[in-house]
Every structure is written in C-alpha cells, then in structure tokens.
Write a protein that binds this ligand. Sequence first.
Ligand code: SF4
Length: 317
Amino acid sequence: MNRYFEKNVGLLYAMLKRCELCPRKCRIDRTAGETGFCGLPADIVMDCCLAHHGEEPPLSGTRGAGTIFLSSCNLKCIYCQNYQISHKVQGEQLTAAGLARIMLDLQDRGCHNVEPVTPTPQTPGTMEALLMARKDGLTVPFVYNCSGYENPDVVELLDGMVDIYLPDFKYGQNEDGRMFSGVEDYVENCVASIREMVRQVGDEGRLIMDGNGIAEKGVIIRHLVLPGRMENSFGVLDLMKKHISLQASVGIMSQYTPIPALRTHPLLGRRVTRREYESVVNYALDMGFENLFIQDVDDRSFSPDFERDTPFNFESG
Ligand code: SF4
C-alpha cells in the first residue's frame, strides 16, 4: 500500500510543473519559481498550528483538533473569515519532513487528529509529510479541510490516505461562486470532488466515531450561510441530496461575519438573521438530512484574528 501512496504523491509533485492542483489550472511551473493564482511556491508555507477547540465536537473533542493553517488558498472568497492568512502568502517555509514533525508534535500534545487547512494548493508536500509522519508513528486520523473547489482528479489520488474529508460546499449556484469567489465552475467541481470523497471513505460518507464520540472516518460537509443568499443554500442542499448523500454529516454554519473590507458591501455587509438561518436548517430537515451540526444565531463573533498569538477565543494555543 505504501508504494501505491508514494506513487500517487509522486504524481501530485509532477503536477507542480504545470500546476493543475485545483480547477483554476494555472498551468505554470511552480518548481521553476513561477506562481499562479494562489501565489504559492513549490515548498510548503504554513502560517501557524494549534489545538483547535472550535471545530465540530467529533473533531475538537476535549483536547482539540490538530489544526495546521497553511498559507494562502486557491479560492480566496471575498468574504473569507480567515482572509488574513488566505489572501496572501506569509509564514514559515517548510520541508515535508518539517511538516511531518509538526503533525507528530500535535499528536504528542494530545490532539485528536491532524487537520491541514487548506491543503489543496499544497497537496504534494502535505501528503508526503503525512506518509513520513505515518512511518514515524502518527496514528490519529488525517482530516482534509478544504474549500470544495477541488480538482476531482487530484482528489482521486488521495484515495486511502485521508481518513476524514471536511470540504466546504459553498455555492449551490455558480452565480454566487462568480460574484464572491471569481470562479465560473464551482458547482461542478465541488459536486464531483465530494462524490469522490464519499466513495473513498465508503458507507455513503457516514461519520464513524469511537466510543468517546471522536471522529475516525467519514465526511463532514460544511456550508456557511450567507446573508440574503437563501436560494444558494437551498441549492447546495438540493445538490447534496441529488448527487452526494443524505448520510454524510452536514455542518450548517451561522457565524458569517463581514470582514472589515465588506462592512458596507450591499449583499455581504451584515450577519445572517435567525430567520434566514432557520429557514436553511428547516429545509435540510425537510429533505431528510439527519446528521446535522447546527449553531446558535447570536451576536458572538467566531472570526479568528491571526495577528494575535492565539487567533481563536476558544483555543489553547
Ligand atoms: S494550486 Fe495555485 S497555481 Fe495551482 S492551479 Fe490552483 S491556483 Fe493555480
């Protein structure tokens, strides 16, 4: 099995020469110092890592998810709640061996898993690091936390290496993907990629947990409800039911907060109302989704501040 994984990691590295790691398909040679939309070099760039207590309970458990915030992103939504690190390239440049040590350190600190965010443009180094860490004793689940704007051919190469997929499903209509993320083809790439994720973990993507309620395997699909974009949210749920699975867990998130640059935006300049959020949750329940993670709608802000040593209000650092 290791040979198979190593071969696939080799194929991922080969993609850097004409980068098609995500659907933007910039086709530039990152190994020769060229950069595409994400701006990332061929090496791994990490902003920070921490024990994260704000993920879904089966991921955060009591000791936190081992979250590794990688720098930049291939989607760069205009409202990104992590914009401080996703809209630019900054942080520590790492080798795969260096990232493997970080994974092992997070395990030693008691984290229930290791969870790179967003690995998509840095998949080759991230997966090589995973294989190295597995050889050196990493046993906790590997969580692939991504935006859903994935190249399905790349997701295929991850088969067997990822224990838990944690993709966003942001848009049920490409109009919203165009307005808020500048892509024309979010829906088709997201649907095909999540279908492949569900196929890989089996059992229709059901979340498998240990006796303490800690996730071991499966898929959690996240959807951030955007203000006034209910049709977009309903579209996401329609597509999930039709093309993916009713069994996968779905996290419907109410926490959207306008970032400073969007405070006067005509559509995205406010938070989601309780009525809007509940209409999406009720729609999901009516459609037969049973495994839902839902949130309160209140005035609290869960937005991280990556300028601080502890970006989240609820993490232990
Ligand atoms: S990973 Fe970066 S360089 Fe590669 S296709 Fe996507 S945006 Fe372009």
